[in-house]
Design a protein around this ligand. Structure first.
Ligand SMILES: C[S@@+](CC[C@H](N)C(=O)[O-])C[C@H]1O[C@@H](n2cnc3c(N)ncnc32)[C@H](O)[C@@H]1O
Length: 337
């Protein structure tokens, strides 16, 4: 064996689920919320979380070693990041997506090999239970949790869309499948002349309206109930779809892009926001893994490159297309009619 070869990267990745599950369990146990009140010693923390004595010390020190907690004079406390993003009593909490990862995806990814062999989803559907949206949408608590999780997950990219897209040239904006309303709210906050809203399944309406009201934007942002497989999309100068197209197969993706084209005026814009895979398909690991997640979660969904999306837009009739990087793995594709 060559001396210069090291197995570290392989081993770190191969056992990466140890660290991942340690974080997910810490969120499940509300470690960061308890420590949001005040720093705590091992025994008080163990007692509050009702943990067995055997591994509590290792668990908290592992969180320190993973950069998720600080420890000073025997007192554990949150880092600035975990205190901001993982304390459930703060509006900046973004752990909803990770709670979902803990309850559902962690188990389902255990069957990735089977998914790769069969091409079939490996979530609830595999056991004859309703699919992702049906399972979540039949329970109001799960629904609200999921929609909030989406807001947290997409917030940084939504802020960048509001900043980088030239909304000054347009008057109206509708987000398709906008969930709680994270994107329309960010756009409306930055651009006071814009009106519009969110087209989504009817059950989403109360969660959207409560969120919009919390920003006093209810006069400018309305909910349009509908189903994008059955209904035409509402007309607007700008139509956006954030993390929508990757849920569906190619035919469905092209159908949705076509519906957006029909609903736009000449000169109007479609914004597709996703964790786009780089065109060479070799760098954006998050986008590629997200696509494997679509294998686990959906019958035909997959993520795609900017070039793929520009091709579908051109085929639908869009005159001009452009790919703009937003933040982290997220980019937007803009199509002008
Ligand atoms: C993955 S979430 C994306 C949420 C948000 N756009 C974001 O980027 O955070 C998918 C959204 O599509 C909506 N949706 C799913 N099926 C739909 C349908 N048939 N018609 C309209 N909306 C639908 C869901 O309710 C949900 O809000």
């Amino acid at each position: 064996m060559k001396d210069s070869l090291k197995p570290d990267h392989i081993m770190q990745l191969g056992l990466g689920f140890w660290g991942s599950k340690t974080l997910l369990s810490a969120i499940e146990l509300d470690v960061f919320t308890h420590l949001g009140e005040k720093p705590l010693m091992l025994d008080s923390l163990k007692e509050r979380l009702d943990l067995h004595g055997r591994s509590a010390h290792d668990f908290f020190d592992a969180l320190v070693a993973l950069g998720l907690l600080h420890k000073n004079d025997g007192h554990y406390s949150n880092t600035p990041e975990t205190g901001h993003f993982l304390n459930k009593s703060k509006p900046s909490y973004i752990g909803g997506m990770l709670e979902m990862a803990n309850h559902r995806l962690y188990r389902f990814w255990g069957d990735l090999t089977e998914g790769l062999k069969t091409g079939q989803p490996q979530n609830e559907m595999k056991h004859g239970e309703p699919g992702l949206f049906e399972a979540i949408y039949s329970d109001p608590n799960k629904l609200e949790g999921f929609l909030k999780a989406m807001t947290g997950l997409s917030m940084a990219a939504n802020v960048e869309v509001a900043r980088k897209f030239p909304f000054d040239n347009y008057q109206t904006h509708i987000d398709i499948g906008g969930a709680q309303g994270g994107l329309p709210v960010q756009v409306a906050l930055v651009h006071p002349h814009i009106t519009g809203g969110n087209f989504d399944l009817p059950v989403v309406q109360p969660v959207f309206e409560e969120y919009v009201q919390s920003f006093h934007l209810q006069d400018r942002l309305k909910f349009v109930p509908g189903n994008f497989f059955e209904d035409d999309l509402p007309r607007a100068d700008v139509i956006s779809m954030g993390h929508i197209l990757h849920d569906w197969n190619q035919e469905e993706k092209e159908m949705l892009i076509g519906k957006a084209y029909d609903a736009l005026p000449k000169g109007g814009a479609l914004i597709v926001l996703e964790a786009l895979i780089d065109d060479a398909r070799r760098e954006n690991a998050f986008g590629l893994l997200m696509s494997l997640n679509m294998l686990i979660e959906t019958p035909g969904g997959f993520d795609f490159t900017g070039a793929d999306c520009c091709g579908w837009m051109k085929k639908a009739g869009f005159k001009k297309t452009e790919v703009v990087h937003l933040v982290g793995p997220d980019s937007m594709v803009i199509g002008i009619k």
